[in-house]
Write a protein that binds this ligand. Sequence first.
Ligand code: GLU
Length: 459
Amino acid sequence: MSKDTDKKIVVRMAPSPTGNLHIGTARTTLYNFLFAKKYGGKFILRIEDTDKERSTKEFEENILTGLLWLGLQHDEFYRQSERGDIYVDYVKRMIENGSAYISKETPTEPGQRESVVRFKNPNKKITFNDLIRGEVTFDTTELLDFVIARSPEEPLYHLAVVVDDHEMKVTHVIRGDDHISNTPRQILIQEAIGAKRPEYAHLPLIVDSSRAKLSKRKHGAVVWLDTYKEEGYQPEALLNYFSLLGWNPGDDREIFTLDEITQIFDILRVQKGSAVFDVLKLKWINKEHLKRLPLDVVNSEIKNWINKSLRIKNEGVDVDEGRIEKIIPIIFERISVWGEVTQLIDNGEFDYVLRTPKYTARDLTWKGEKDFANTLRHIERVIILLTDIPENDWTADKIKEVVWPYAESEGKGSVLWPIRYALSGMQKSPDPFTLATILGKEETLKRLSAANDILKNEK
Ligand code: GLU
């Protein structure tokens, strides 16, 4: 980074703990983290809790836990509420040197103060270079003598930010676009306290498909990182997706690990225009990361998420381990996020594995048949064919090889529909050969003879 190459890069993320970790905050933290890692710099996490009414320990905890879960480990940590003495010192010095003054106020509403500390605005044009937006100029006259502290002991945001960035030797301020209009005030304060101006990079806002800013009020839980954590997204997939909210590598690569992004990330390639949040894209990226997981991790995650299903919990279904193992690949095909495993089970999609199917003779019978006689004949025949397959040869291919010629000669629908229905009890399910392999020989024959009984009773 041009003139800064000879000194250590220091960046900071400065969330206010006035709400749960927002995905925009996670994205901005990631960009700070990447920038620090790329240049061997330091990444500071600073909790900006000067607003005592709105800040809570729970929100702070939520932000910290979320960032660490994502893997965005900070190098240093501060809390503004623990740095009161430092700000008092600066306010006093500013009052002494005339860059701030105690201003007598006339309260217009109950609870308003009789006096505050105002900044003595030199009323000038401020021009700064933004690494993303280029040159930005503001006339500060319209800002008047803005308030920097309620009293010397109670600094407000602008003062605390400038003092901290100065004391912590922050070289680059990377933050959301919504702070761009704060920058001239902060530069004025920097100049008044003799602080060096950091480089600025204001990141594009994250918006929805209709270009509305993502906000808790409008979008609800969609904005919280926890929502994605609870739905079973992988942290590395979220980081991958967040990296693309405002940046791209300049070619068509889209799937990266955090290390890979760190190598190729370039703050100068961050776009000016807002970044559209697209949950379908996020899901796709998540699936790409799932595909890269070792098989044993996939297996144990799927089992974990199956066990979260209320259908299983409430009905106390005792699921056969061997059968579960066999549906894992089928489930894995169908999901992009772990939480969808639980949904599939809760929706009853795998009931054929979890419980004995229920149906009538009519359900079992192919739509072209006028009575149940053929169906009964086919089931009886298939039972004989399958009984002959040795246990250790019980594979979908072998079962198909044995049943197929019979089905072809008798009519595929007439033969395969009743087998499939007898095994699954469902209109839609995998093919009967796959079902038979999942269920195993014993359970398959048990279900076929149950179908046989039902058909016989109808005769
Ligand atoms: N505390 C501010 C916020 O939560 C950020 C301050 C900054 O990055 O300068 O929006």
